[in-house]
Write a protein that binds this ligand. Structure first.
Ligand code: PLP
Length: 402
């Protein structure tokens, strides 16, 4: 292994990697639990977790052991053949989500894409070929492929790639009554994130959740819950939808599911699954042995007390963040979120906050311009939370002085 210095890494990247990211100027080489170590050996407390992906912390021993063991046995065979792990993982996810069948893929956007396609396939099978539309919401983020991008709200992501797929309308999350006219018998599905993650950690208001349920019942439209960020325990429950009274027909999962290994899944109800036949959808990599082994190990760890600890950790996190906001009322407008998913709505662009936290050894990230997002690993400790909030307190105190 070569150990290039930071400027070399940045120089090579800037010349040869397609410049689609605005990266923080730090090169990480190693991780352990909630800590990351840069190329100078400096430790950082990680409250980004690879955007909610490293759910069991970095270099988790159970995940490392399982992946190493599986890699010596069998990694990939394609979906042309059976292997022992896909059905086992599907059964376990079915038990946790109440949705009978799983389609495995490699990312969140692919899980959303599968949900969008399967929803259309459902109506096509039923002969309702004019039911092709989707209703999504303001501030929604569903991914970057053409289908999921079509249901993503932000013009900044959409405009350079238009025309996107037609027939997607966006309801305002603050106007539940608008669903009455927007959702009708041409709507294949309504798609919603229980807490909008990339859109700024915005929980769906209960009145909107009720209106979604009512609109789907009235029109027959399917409900897709995009739980790529909120799912797999992030909010303390395996899914965030039930707490809102939502009963989705399809659920997209990703991020935390592979604990760092790329795994996505579209969970599909019995009725919807019955409309799908061989050849309708597919993937080369999806659900290979290594991916399934990672996800199975992740689910085992949830059962070993990881999930049960989240309500306690969450209460601690939101109590500390509430105190922080009370100390900096001019800078922090609102604290939002649930479980181990938190957003600080700031009075201005959060870029300097994120940069200052990085300098002080804390990783947080900015979303929706003014929001500082915290997505710690599920194995975070109360001491880690205290340390992170103490650093944020310094950052906001510093900001108030300048
Ligand atoms: C991250 C995210 C996606 C996209 O997942 P990728 O793995 O980046 O493709 C889709 N939906 C939601 C709600 C997400 O948070």
């Amino acid at each position: 292994m070569t150990t290039a210095s930071t400027p070399d890494v940045l120089a090579v990247e800037s010349q040869h990697v397609l410049q689609t990211y605005r990266r923080q100027p730090v090169v990480f080489e190693r991780g352990e639990g909630t800590r990351l170590f840069d190329d100078h050996g400096r430790a950082y407390l990680d409250f980004v977790s690879g955007i909610g992906v490293a759910s069991l912390g970095h270099a988790n021993p159970a995940i490392a052991k399982a992946l190493a063991d599986q890699a010596t046995r069998l990694v990939h065979t394609s979906n042309v053949y059976f292997h022992p792990l896909q059905g086992e993982l599907a059964a376990k996810l079915s038990a946790r989500t109440g949705l009978e069948r799983a389609f495995f893929c490699n990312s969140g956007t692919e899980a959303v894409e599968a949900c969008l396609k399967v929803a259309r396939r459902f109506w096509f099978t039923r002969g309702e070929t004019t039911r092709t539309k989707y209703v999504a919401f303001s501030h929604a983020f569903h991914g970057r492929t053409m289908g999921s991008l079509s249901a993503t709200w932000d013009e900044h992501y959409r405009a350079p790639f238009e025309p996107l797929i037609p027939g997607v309308t966006f309801a305002s999350t603050t106007d539940p009554a608008s669903l009455e006219s927007l959702v009708d018998d041409s709507t294949a599905a309504v798609i919603v994130e229980p807490i909008q993650g990339e859109g700024g950690v915005r929980p769906i208001p209960p009145a909107l959740a009720s209106a979604i349920t009512a609109a789907c019942r009235r029109s027959g439209a399917l409900l897709i819950a995009d739980e790529v960020q909120t799912g797999c325990g992030r909010t303390g429950a395996f899914l965030a939808s039930p707490a809102l009274g939502l009963s989705p027909d399809l659920v997209a999962l990703g991020k935390a599911l592979g604990a760092g290994f790329p795994v996505g899944a579209a969970m599909v109800s019995h009725d919807v699954a019955a409309a799908v036949s061989a050849g309708d959808h597919g993937t080369t990599y999806g659900g290979n042995l290594l991916a399934c082994r990672a996800a199975l190990t992740f689910l085992d760890e949830l059962d070993r007390g990881v999930l049960a600890a989240i309500p306690r950790l969450s209460a601690h996190l939101f109590a500390r963040l509430g105190e922080l906001a009370a100390r900096h009322p001019a800078a922090i407008v609102e604290v939002r979120g649930a479980g181990l998913m938190a957003g600080l709505e700031c009075a201005s662009d959060a870029t300097p906050i994120v940069a200052s936290a990085l300098e002080r050894g804390l990783l947080v990230n900015r979303t929706s311009v003014t929001v500082v997002r915290l997505l710690p690993a599920y194995i975070v400790s109360e001491a880690d939370i205290d340390e992170a909030v103490a650093i944020l307190d310094q950052v906001f105190s510093e900001g108030a002085r300048t």
